[in-house]
Design a protein around this ligand. Structure first.
Ligand SMILES: NC(=O)c1ccc[n+]([C@@H]2O[C@H](COP(=O)([O-])OP(=O)(O)OC[C@H]3O[C@@H](n4cnc5c(N)ncnc54)[C@H](O)[C@@H]3O)[C@@H](O)[C@H]2O)c1
Length: 357
């Protein structure tokens, strides 16, 4: 990752009021980029967006990616070179409750971005963020590769598989010739970090339960997920956009950004690891034996391609990622300036990443 690269670059981020989009917006501001965000209001209260005062150093537009004209106008006015598309209905359980909203946002919202980009000549690189859940899940022990078929059992996972297919069709049909625009997709695993207050996600549920000292029901303690700190996949998205800007042909494809092999752990392992780190307010949990909507049991990503072709690798192991998340939460509970704390975590991450190279 070349931190100087982003100085004065014009960047358009969808989903900047969300957890990952908020961190990405803050990081790019810190790197000197000129950032415009486009999203609905923050999906949670509190939110990383409000608590870390993300809007302070950027232009923040509240809008709906399902409204093509609104989105196109925002893109036209900001004349970006880079687009990071993160806006989504991002939760599996919510997708069972609201499948129509999930498909219209995740699939047609993505199509709207791609369609709008066709008319904005300033754009050189688009990174569409989908998910590790976009793959046809065979419940096998191996990590999924970028060449594996798309699928998805539930509406969320399937909407991300559909978004991948829509990106591929647009790339082939409209962005394949000449100088043009690089269009890549990024598939990351379960992301943790400070400032995520979403419902039905493990870390936010655990931290809420620890804070209130109430028992938390765990749906699937043996489910294996590729856990990673939010800054790790974001560093991958930044590296991918940089590479794509320089060589569109080589990088306009799908990319996995997951943890190292050891980062894929069960839910119960994560809970016990957090309890080891906590001095008080340990998590009290029980297995929720009620019948639950289907969710994958085994999900791992093969990150060989990003390692070899982008020279990207994860910086934080799972214990460091959990530690950083708990630190952020404790500092927030103690009333600190969370914009400053988040920027400090970003700067420390950059140093670690550079030292690793
Ligand atoms: N958090 C994870 O563990 C994880 C894992 C894999 C992939 N992802 C993907 O990464 C992206 C960001 O995830 P997140 O955790 O930050 O999600 P989030 O729910 O915290 O944020 C979603 C963002 O999308 C915006 N949004 C939702 N519907 C919109 C609409 N119709 N128009 C405009 N904006 C809309 C929200 O306002 C918010 O800014 C998503 O695409 C998600 O599917 C997340």
């Amino acid at each position: 990752m070349n931190t100087n690269f982003w100085n004065n670059k014009k960047v358009f981020i969808t989903g900047h009021t969300g957890f990952k989009g908020g961190w990405l917006s803050l990081w790019l501001q810190n790197l000197g980029a000129n950032v415009t965000g486009f999203a609905l209001n923050p999906p949670t209260n509190p939110s990383f967006f409000e608590v870390a005062n993300v809007s302070q150093g950027m232009q923040s537009i509240i809008g709906d990616i399902r409204h093509f004209d609104q989105l196109k106008e925002a893109l036209e006015n900001s004349e970006p070179e880079f687009v990071f598309h993160l806006a989504a209905q991002s939760l599996v359980r919510e997708s069972y409750r609201a499948p129509l909203d999930t498909y219209s946002t995740n699939v047609m919202g993505t199509v709207n971005i791609l369609e709008a980009v066709r008319y904005i000549s300033s754009v050189k690189s688009v990174v569409c963020v989908t998910s590790d859940k976009c793959y046809e899940n065979n419940e096998w022990v191996w990590g999924y590769r970028e060449s594996d078929p798309m699928g998805g059992f539930d509406p969320y996972s399937n909407s991300k598989g559909c978004a991948e297919l829509a990106v591929a069709a647009y790339r082939n049909s409209f962005f394949s010739s000449g100088e043009g625009v690089g269009i890549a997709t990024a598939r990351a695993g379960n992301v943790i970090g400070g400032g995520d207050w979403s419902s039905d996600r493990l870390l936010p549920d655990l931290l809420r339960a620890s804070h209130s000292q109430s028992e938390v029901n765990i749906r699937n303690p043996s489910a294996i997920r590729p856990w990673q700190h939010v800054l790790d996949p974001l560093s991958g998205y930044l590296q991918l956009a940089e590479a794509q800007y320089a060589k569109k042909e080589e990088y306009s494809e799908g990319w996995n950004f997951g943890p190292s092999y050891e980062g894929a752990k069960s839910v119960s392992w994560v809970i016990e690891a957090i309890n080891e780190m906590m001095t008080d307010k340990k998590i009290i949990w029980k297995h929720d034996s009620d019948i639950q909507p289907h969710e994958a049991n085994y999900l791992k990503l093969d990150i060989s391609k990003a390692r070899d072709k982008l020279n990207w690798s994860p910086t934080l192991d799972i214990l460091s990622a959990l530690r950083l998340t708990l630190d952020w939460s404790e500092l927030h509970n103690a009333g600190n300036d969370m914009r400053a704390i988040s920027l400090e975590q970003i700067t420390n991450f950059e140093k670690l990443k550079i030292n690793k190279l």
